[in-house]
Design a protein around this ligand. Structure first.
Ligand SMILES: NC(=O)c1ccc[n+]([C@@H]2O[C@H](COP(=O)([O-])OP(=O)(O)OC[C@H]3O[C@@H](n4cnc5c(N)ncnc54)[C@H](O)[C@@H]3O)[C@@H](O)[C@H]2O)c1
Ligand SMILES: CC(=O)N[C@@H]1[C@@H](OP(=O)(O)OP(=O)(O)OC[C@H]2O[C@@H](n3ccc(=O)[nH]c3=O)[C@H](O)[C@@H]2O)O[C@H](CO)[C@@H](O)[C@@H]1O
Length: 464
């Protein structure tokens, strides 16, 4: 099913004779049908912004359940402000449709937007299998004059060395269609706002005409400026450099936090004071760096080079060490009372970031495995996940965790729902009538347990 299939001839933009104004008008009037491949945290809001702009967008996904819900105007991912309302509005107006039939959507579309997962495998090598599969779907319906925009974050050179060969393995040749990298700078939780223009939009084409078409289209979508890079590879690296900057910066904060006792200062307060100087912007230490963005982008860059890159490598390894630091600290705290072997430990927060139901590379998973290897029994609480990812932990509901007898706890992700936890419930009254607390590691500076009997270690602040 294709939303609002134009009654008139559809228009391709790449290499078109029409003037830029005529092309912009055609796009806005829905005569340039769009297909967006990947209805996830980013692809769905992105397709809705396309839909509100052109009225001729079809979302494609391989998940039948997700497609059925979306086609019906129901949003399975309701953590994004504004998405549910915009989705039902555009479906009702036939300005957005959704399908699992990617080939049908590709045959109608004149702009193809790919925003499927790009991840790393167990060896930290890029896994672009979803991207290649989506490109093969596009190829099946690629016509001269079409444009393909790759929004997924990709290793340097992917558009030219991976996507273009897939697209030209059929009837099309290079130069017959547009291909550009148009990286998404959105963060989950503020996707619509970001896509509509929180930041300048980066676009880079495999050739000049591809870059021109990408800039023309995204100039219609964003309220912000469109920055055209010299080529697709540059646009790919812009996105990756942003991410690796963040990874290395967080690593600096984390390294400083592991030295809290050595420096004898509250590192959080110290960073806050240091950041009052405009040339200093140290990010926040925590229990680790998760998600399928920041932890992966360093590997996308490292995989593309043979030269040493010690800063990138070290930043990644410092961040990957933080779950171990949390467990070592928990074991230290327990050691005065009992061994970690046989202890019951409650983990608060499994999603990689507060409010976002995504668990790829979540620090809590590594923490659970480390505790399990030490012989602890692990309980995990995450109010925004329907179920836990694969991890050695018992899934406990938020309203049941304080009924459990736990020896220690760690807050890994600071969901706002944890604000109502009654931490006194974990205290125990000894035979001497004294209420004793447990060891708690606060990985996100989110807890104030000063009124409890618990012994707390806050990452970046130390024991208190
Ligand atoms: N989540 C973010 O904050 C964010 C921000 C910027 C960039 N990105 C990048 O955007 C891309 C997508 O991320 P996401 O968070 O939306 O992923 P996601 O896992 O939330 O959604 C991906 C969707 O793509 C679908 N899919 C997989 N293979 C497909 C195929 N061959 N054809 C059609 N659909 C397919 C999946 O079923 C899923 O619905 C990644 O490259 C990511 O790096 C993500
Ligand atoms: C460059 C940039 O800004 N990119 C953002 C990022 O968004 P994200 O959804 O991946 O979320 P982050 O906030 O980066 O968190 C990742 C993990 O790092 C932990 N963390 C974070 C900040 C900190 O100071 N200390 C930490 O420990 C946090 O807990 C979590 O586990 O990538 C998206 C895709 O590229 C971007 O679009 C988006 O703009």
């Amino acid at each position: 099913m294709t939303a609002n299939a134009p009654a008139t001839e559809t228009v391709g933009l790449y290499g078109a004779d029409a003037s830029p104004d005529e092309q912009r008008a055609a796009f806005r009037e829905g005569r340039v049908p769009v297909a967006v491949y990947g209805m996830g945290k980013i692809g769905l809001p992105l397709s809705l912004v396309y839909g509100e702009t052109t009225g001729a967008v079809t979302g494609v996904d391989i998940d039948p359940g997700r497609v059925a819900a979306l086609a019906d105007g129901t949003n399975p991912l309701d953590h994004e402000p504004g998405v549910s309302a915009l989705l039902s509005e555009l479906v009702a107006e036939d300005r957005f449709a959704c399908t699992t039939d990617g080939e049908a959507a590709a045959s109608t579309a004149r702009v193809h937007v790919i925003v499927v997962p790009t991840v790393i495998d167990a060896d930290d090598d890029p896994d672009l299998s979803s991207l290649e599969a989506a490109a093969e779907t596009v190829r099946s319906g690629l016509d001269p004059g079409d444009a393909v925009f790759v929004e997924s974050t990709v290793p340097p050179g992917t558009c030219e060395d991976v996507i273009e060969p897939v697209l030209t393995a059929g009837e099309r040749s290079p130069g017959e269609f547009g291909l550009a990298h148009t990286p998404e700078r959105t963060a989950s939780g503020r996707a619509l706002r970001d896509i509509r223009g929180s930041y300048p939009k980066i676009v880079g084409g495999v050739d000049g005409e591809s870059g021109r078409v990408a800039a023309l289209v995204y100039d219609e979508l964003t309220d912000n400026e469109v920055i055209r890079t010299s080529d697709a590879r540059t646009a790919e690296c812009v996105k990756l450099f942003e991410g690796v900057y963040r990874d290395v910066n967080i690593a600096l904060a984390n390294e400083l936090a592991t030295l809290t006792d050595a420096f004898g200062v509250d590192v959080i307060d110290t960073i806050e004071a240091a950041n009052t100087q405009p040339y200093c912007d140290i990010l926040t230490p925590g229990a680790g760096v998760g998600g399928h963005c920041i932890p992966y982008y360093s590997h996308f860059l490292l995989d593309a080079i043979t030269d040493p890159a010690p800063m990138i490598e070290t930043g990644r390894s410092v961040n990957e060490r933080m779950p171990g630091f949390v467990v070592e600290t928990l074991v230290d705290g327990l050691s005065t009372d009992r061994s970690v072997e046989g202890a019951t430990v409650a983990l608060f927060g499994v999603a990689y970031r507060a409010g976002v139901p995504e668990t790829r590379a979540s620090p809590a998973i590594d923490v659970a495995h480390r505790l399990d290897r030490l012989g602890a029994t692990v309980l995990a609480v995450d109010p925004i996940l329907d179920e836990l990812p694969e991890m050695p932990a018992e899934d406990v509901a938020l309203d049941e965790i304080t009924d459990r007898d736990v020896d220690a706890a760690a807050l890994i992700t600071a969901h706002e729902e944890f604000g109502d936890v009654d931490w006194h419930a974990f205290e125990r009254e000894g035979s001497d009538g004294i209420r004793r607390g447990i060891t708690v590691v606060d990985g996100r500076q989110a807890l104030d347990l000063s009124e409890t009997a618990h012994t707390v270690y806050t990452v970046g602040r130390g024991w208190h």
